[in-house]
Design a binder for this molecule. Sequence first.
Ligand SMILES: C[S@@+](CC[C@H](N)C(=O)[O-])C[C@H]1O[C@@H](n2cnc3c(N)ncnc32)[C@H](O)[C@@H]1O
Length: 257
Amino acid sequence: MDYLNINKNAWNKRTKVHINSKFYDVKSFKNGESSLNNIELEQVGNVAGKKLLHLQCHFGQDTLSWARQGAKVTGVDLSTEAIEQANSLKLSLGLDADFIANDIYEFGNENVEKFDIVFTSYGVLCWLPDLSHWARIIANSLAIDGEFHLVEFHTFNDLLSGYSYFTQSEPDVEDEGTYTENCDGTKSKVVTWAHSLSEVINALIKAGLSIEHFNEYPYSPYNCFEGLEYVSKKGYQMLHKGQNVPLLYSIKARKIA
Ligand SMILES: C[S@@+](CC[C@H](N)C(=O)[O-])C[C@H]1O[C@@H](n2cnc3c(N)ncnc32)[C@H](O)[C@@H]1O
């Protein structure tokens, strides 16, 4: 199964919808608002003058938000449509960024540049079949003392939605619409993989990275799952039998040698 082409087609289709969605609010972004959330802003800290690689950057709003904070950014994404939109945003805003349309594995196998920060966030790991290879790409892309930052949707919520928590030998193949409010007509085939928390953490450790922080959060900044409710000043939460479901987790790791 050509999972890369299947997912690329789906993300090309989704991007055309996302760019006009309230969810991504490109108008506010163009007017100067950052698309980054407090979790990653606090975790990553000051990026001024640093070389930052953004894996699975979608159409580049987060990448360009880091550029606005002074980082020298490179964004990589499989979707040619997303990279086209990212380049067009970059040009319209007069920002500096390198956007590369590629599979992260292929990019990683060829890349020789070293970065101070590798960043990736919100809905990225389920598209990747092999987390050991993913973690090696991160380690190889980092300069010594460089930092890796991940903010990801918590897999516990996938379990409650009827998906496997643990990795399975075969991926899930489904017809799925996208998560923005204007999602009509976006159904397309997607291929995804479950990755448990231990799989993510062990992949990073085995790639030689030193984990400095692991956090779980009961709130998400994004209204992109069924059953979420908004709590003022906190974000979206999900209750299961009256208790908070963990919706996000974050990891900071360092390349020490
Ligand atoms: C949910 S989005 C990332 C969300 C991002 N934080 C945002 O909202 O701007 C997932 C992205 O992963 C990209 N992607 C999926 N598989 C990939 C792969 N193998 N290599 C590179 N990018 C990939 C998709 O094209 C999509 O843009």
